[in-house]
Design a protein around this ligand. Structure first.
Ligand code: PGA
Length: 259
């Protein structure tokens, strides 16, 4: 089954509202609407920039989705500082990054937290916000040689308690920590090896047909120079782009590499 690639920009904690509007407008200006037939594109700005970015895209009728970088699993209540799924739906989010390694490392997010978020996002069948579930090993785990087992365990933990009907709406992003923001990209072979292993885990959990339909992205120093080779791998169905998503021309060049 041919999977439609997804190129998602993870802006991290960058851009005020004014800067977000400028960057979204720049991307919108060079994005050609027929590309959306071949590739799904999303930008994931900080929470406060979501609505302004969405407004620009809606005004231009640009077929680019918006996604959040995090979410809390309870629908409302006394959870100071958190943002809920209904709030993200209200703004028009189609995606939400879950379990990014920076959240796991700097903010102590556990596999259980990630699982709660994934299950809450997948619970809505009518208008699901697609979780982009991030997994990936540290340099120490890579050097030990146990990275396949490590990533397999992260995928199983993230999807615990879900079934194939839920899981088909999810996206998984393989982001080796040693490649994030370091300029040290995984080679296409390294990335393909783990993305194929992730699909094998998904097949074990949800059956081969479901796993064939789930997009597995690569992330970690992906840019306009290396995107084409990475995206040519059979189990890499797109990219989660950090640094290179902050420049409109670079981000759009990566989108073009997926056409
Ligand atoms: P990078 O970040 O492209 O800057 O390495 C990727 C990510 O963290 O999602």
């Amino acid at each position: 089954m041919a999977r439609k690639p997804l190129i998602a920009g993870n802006w991290k904690m960058n851009n005020t509202i004014a800067q977000a509007v400028v960057l979204t407008q720049e991307i919108s200006n060079i994005f050609e609407s027929d590309w959306a037939d071949t590739v799904d594109v999303a930008i994931c700005p900080p929470f406060v920039d979501l609505k302004p970015a969405k407004t620009v895209l809606e005004f231009d009728k640009t077929k680019i989705s918006i996604g959040a970088q995090n979410v809390y699993w309870e629908p409302s209540g006394a959870f100071t500082g958190e943002i809920s799924i209904p709030m993200l739906k209200d703004i028009g989010c189609d995606y939400c990054i879950v379990g990014h390694s920076e959240r796991r490392t700097l903010f102590h997010e556990t596999n259980e937290d990630v699982n709660n978020k994934v299950r809450a996002l997948l619970a809505d069948k009518v208008q699901p916000i697609h979780p982009i579930v991030c997994v990936g090993e540290s340099l120490a785990v890579r050097d030990e040689g146990t990275y396949i087992d490590f990533v397999d365990a992260q995928v199983r933990a993230a999807f615990a308690g879900t079934d194939e009907i839920d899981a088909k709406d999810a996206v998984v992003a393989y982001e080796p920590i040693w490649a994030i923001g370091t300029g040290r990209t995984a080679t296409p072979d390294q990335a393909q090896e783990v993305c194929a292993a992730i699909r094998a885990t998904l097949a074990d959990l949800f059956g081969a047909e479901c796993a064939e339909g789930i997009r597995v992205l690569y992330g970690g120093s992906m840019n306009e120079g290396n995107a084409e080779m990475l995206l040519a791998q059979p189990d890499i169905d797109g990219g989660l782009i950090g640094g290179a998503s902050l420049k409109a021309a670079s981000f759009v060049d990566i989108v073009k590499a997926a056409l």
